[in-house]
Design a binder for this molecule. Structure first.
Ligand code: SF4
Length: 616
């Protein structure tokens, strides 16, 4: 397979319904072919196929993984071919994030292209030129994803505003939104709705990258109508609010249940106009009252942007939180401001000063805000006090949720749920999720409030606006972050045992490291093991990004090389939490690179430690 060719992997829209042949409901994908046959097509083909397969599977022998870096052809057994002679990355940069989420499609595309490098296809004795392929049975490709909201996100490729901090502007190029013809997008969404299995949440390929403004699509309401006819689930819609006129709110009311995440950013029309280039900022500001009146639940999202000064940003944050709280959102989310090197190649602000200032303001605002105030990333609030990370103490309770009506308050420590003693936050959340989905009517709860035990009872059927059980789990209880499950340490232990490693380099993130070290110390799982923790830099994303889940293979390679330079010695195993490679379940980072590249490039066995993306 030729791997130097730049991928041109685009999902093409299916033909319009009248053009479709019987039973043809598949999605289509383009092929690229060089103008001339590739010079070493046949010789290179088998190596290419093998490399592709080794990025999708791991060969085993007697149940154990086998590392492969070459092969011999049976007709030339004396010649060993090196699979990764120069560049073990062997891949061109992806230009479509679907390569990350569904790499089997990329494999099929390159497989066909490589065959077309060495043969021509015929029909009736004549050469047939092909420039694409389609899926015969899309049902084979269903994967669990984000439900109805995810389908709508496929059409959220355009935005009517231009925020100063737009995260889509700052995304890596393959993940930037690329609007297509609205009618083609509409038909694409109809195909997805047709194949969607609401009960299991199975759908046709997840949406990739950050969605823009779904309501800016000219056929948004038609798509919502189609979705509503397919599923009764709550459709969650992120919106910048600029199109939430009384008429739009009325139209959404007819398509309930919906839940809106309104990026208000500022309640001051002048500042919102400046921040978001919104020519009619009053529409979004006034929409909160309209949503409340219409009984449509929503959250408010605020990105504090530290310009023209930190003081002005914090004053505006206080005003905006107060304004939003008066209109009864389910919760308010404050996203700490971030930017990548794709957004700015120079530092934009004093990161620590800005983030600390926002955190302190949010903690103070919680004292006088009725709805939960959530800081994102949530772990930032607690990571410097590791014991807090797993403490089952809510930071807020959603108004009129079963927990609120049952008397739970922010700061209570949950001790028992349904008669079961709880051990920490991850277990508490798991139990709450089970209760949330259960058919139970009432649940006894024991908390400690100001040091004293207190017995409560939650009526799981007793709730009202703005709580929406279809959107918010945990019976309305909000924690700062998900916590760090101790099961993760057990997974790490199993990986280490499987590799019979005595020296392990564990790569983690700045936010996780303190809690992880605390857990390792207190569990004593790893006595006798030389376990070294290091934190890679987010070199690929750059800017002020320091999130573990945004690390890519290249960042991990750099961190391992730096560790080797320390002179401590060569580890037997590199262990990495699976979450940076979790997007698709195919072990790929955000550039589409497989974690196995570390082993190929460094010659050190590398394993992913299973973990869900754990931090809210
Ligand atoms: S509303 Fe969202 S997508 Fe639109 S410009 Fe602002 S940040 Fe970007």
């Amino acid at each position: 397979m030729s791997t130097s060719r730049r991928p041109s992997f685009k999902a093409l829209p299916g033909p319009s319904p009248p053009e479709r042949g019987g039973g043809d409901r598949g999605l289509r994908f383009s092929l690229s072919r060089p103008p001339e046959p590739a010079p070493h097509g046949l010789r290179e083909m088998f190596a290419g196929h093998l490399r592709e397969l080794l990025d999708l599977l791991t060969p085993t022998c007697r149940g154990l993984d086998v590392r492969v870096d070459g092969f011999r052809m049976l007709n030339h057994p004396e010649a060993v071919r090196d699979l990764y002679p120069e560049d073990p990355t062997h891949r061109a940069e992806i230009d479509d994030p679907l390569e990350v989420y569904e790499p089997r499609l990329g494999y099929i595309r390159r497989l066909i292209e490589s065959l077309l490098d060495v043969v021509d296809l015929e029909y009736g004795g004549r050469i047939v030129r092909v420039d694409g392929f389609r899926l015969k049975d899309p049902r084979q490709w269903l994967v669990s994803g984000g439900g109805a909201a995810d389908i709508l996100a496929h059409a959220a490729t355009r935005c009517n505003l231009k925020c100063r901090f737009c995260y889509n502007d700052g995304g890596p190029p393959p993940f930037r939104p690329r609007p297509r013809d609205p009618d083609l997008e509409y038909r694409d969404v109809l195909t997805r709705i047709e194949h969607y299995v609401p009960d299991s949440g199975l759908g046709l390929f997840p949406a990739a990258g950050g969605p823009c403004e779904a309501l800016a699509h000219p056929r948004a309401m038609e798509m919502l109508t189609e979705l509503r006819s397919r599923t009764g689930e709550t459709i969650r819609i992120p919106t910048n609010g600029s199109l939430l006129t009384p008429e739009t709110i009325q139209a959404l009311t007819g398509r309930r249940p919906v839940f809106l995440d309104v990026s208000l950013n500022s309640s001051s029309p002048a500042r919102r106009r400046w921040l978001m280039n919104d020519p009619r900022p009053e529409t979004a500001v006034e929409s909160l009252a309209g949503l409340r009146e219409a009984g449509l639940p929503y959250s408010v999202v605020i990105v504090p942007w530290p310009f023209p000064s930190i003081r002005i940003m914090l004053e505006d944050l206080e005003e905006t939180v107060g304004f939003a709280d008066r209109h009864e959102p389910a919760f308010i989310q404050i996203s700490l401001p971030g930017y990548s090197r794709f957004f700015s190649d120079r530092p934009l602000f004093d990161h620590d000063r800005v983030w600390e200032g926002i955190k302190e303001t949010v903690l103070a605002l919680r004292e006088r805000t009725a709805c939960p105030l959530i800081l994102r990333p949530g772990l930032y609030e607690e990571y410097q006090t590791p014991q807090a990370v797993n403490d089952p103490r809510p930071i807020g309770v959603i108004r009129n949720s079963p927990a609120d009506r049952g008397g739970l308050r922010a700061g209570d420590r949950i001790v028992k749920l349904g008669g079961l003693a709880v051990q920490g936050r991850p277990q508490t959340r798991t139990l709450l999720t089970t209760l949330h989905r259960s058919e139970l009517d009432r649940v006894p709860v024991v908390v400690r409030r100001q040091g004293r035990p207190l017995e409560l009872e939650f009526d799981l059927r007793d709730y009202d606006y703005p709580y929406d059980p279809g959107t918010v789990g945990h019976l309305g209880i909000v924690f700062a972050c998900a916590g760090l499950p101790t099961a993760w340490l057990e997974n790490l232990r199993q990986v280490v045992t499987l590799h019979r490693a005595a020296t392990v380099l564990l790569l983690t993130s700045r936010l996780v490291r303190p809690a992880l070290e605390d857990m390792i110390r207190s569990h004593g799982f790893f006595s006798g093991l030389a376990l070294h923790l290091r934190v890679p830099e987010n070199g690929y994303f750059g800017g002020n990004v320091f999130m573990g889940d945004l690390l890519v293979v290249e960042d991990f390679v750099r961190a391992v090389r730096a560790f080797l330079d320390e002179g401590i010695g060569r580890p037997d195993l590199i262990a990495i939490p699976a979450s940076p490679f979790h997007l698709s379940g195919w072990g790929r980072d955000l550039r589409g690179r497989v974690y196995k590249e570390l082993d190929r490039r460094l010659g050190i066995p590398t394993a992913l430690v299973p973990c869900d993306p754990i931090f809210d």
